[in-house]
Design a protein around this ligand. Structure first.
Ligand SMILES: CC(C)(COP(=O)(O)OP(=O)(O)OC[C@H]1O[C@@H](n2cnc3c(N)ncnc32)[C@H](O)[C@@H]1OP(=O)(O)O)[C@@H](O)C(=O)NCCC(=O)NCCS
Length: 198
């Protein structure tokens, strides 16, 4: 089993390059980290420039995972323009149980084009193929229908609905746990027309 994950960058999909963040990504990152609609269901609040800069500093070191508990956090670059349009995340949750967690957020101007699915699909492939994971989950705040649709499109199934699992941005919310096992991922992938990575 491989120890950790250090992909060859960029990770290419049909329309996207996934790569570690760079300091010059700040303006593109701010464009969606400061958008109340985008962050409504994300663990982070609406961020100003200084807050986005501080989080970018952390992201700079998250282009590889070497220990369970760490997140791989990649910038989603639209190859056609070079714009950072979002970010995708993969947590190496457990080594012995080969568990992972997926996350994603895109600038609202790029929603509805299948780009999040393309980026997240590549992260699933990194998790299952390169990191050797057995199961990957997505934890979604109940009400985040776009995220539920994306998880479903990726082949994930809802396993749990935890009621009032967290006090989140001023209210009690329910958490939905979606999950995908490696064998189901391989079956789902075989029915898709395009490969996750180009
Ligand atoms: C969750 C999120 C990433 C989903 O983005 P998205 O663009 O809706 O997701 P997809 O990439 O799967 O795109 C799907 C849509 O593109 C359409 N589409 C267009 N071209 C497509 C293509 N080539 N392939 C696939 N879908 C395509 C689909 O029909 C679908 O449209 P619909 O929503 O009207 O049904 C986005 O809503 C987001 O960033 N939300 C804010 C952050 C957030 O909440 N993150 C999740 C925390 S758990």
């Amino acid at each position: 089993m491989p120890r950790g994950l250090r992909p060859d960058y960029p990770v290419r999909t049909e329309r996207l390059d996934l790569r570690p963040h760079r300091r010059e990504d700040l303006d593109d990152l701010l464009a969606f980290h400061s958008d109340p609609d985008v962050v409504r269901y994300t663990p982070w609040p609406v961020r100003d420039r200084e807050q986005t800069k501080a989080t970018l500093e952390t992201k700079l070191g998250q282009g590889e995972v070497t220990e369970p508990g760490q997140w791989l956090v990649l910038a989603v670059v639209l190859r056609e323009t070079g714009t950072v349009i979002g970010e995708v995340l993969l947590k190496w949750a457990s080594d012995t149980d080969r568990q992972g967690e997926l996350g994603y957020a895109l600038n609202a101007a790029y929603h509805g084009r299948g780009l999040a699915a393309e980026a997240a699909g590549a992260m699933l492939e990194l998790g299952f193929e390169d990191l050797g994971l057995h199961r990957i989950v997505a934890v979604i705040v109940d009400g985040n229908d776009a995220s539920v649709q994306l998880a479903t499109r990726l082949g994930m199934r809802q396993e749990a609905h935890f009621v009032h699992a967290a006090f989140f941005k001023g209210e009690w919310i329910d958490d939905l746990v979606f999950a995908l096992r490696e064998d189901d991922w391989r079956t789902h992938r075989a029915t898709e027309s395009a490969p996750a990575r180009a």
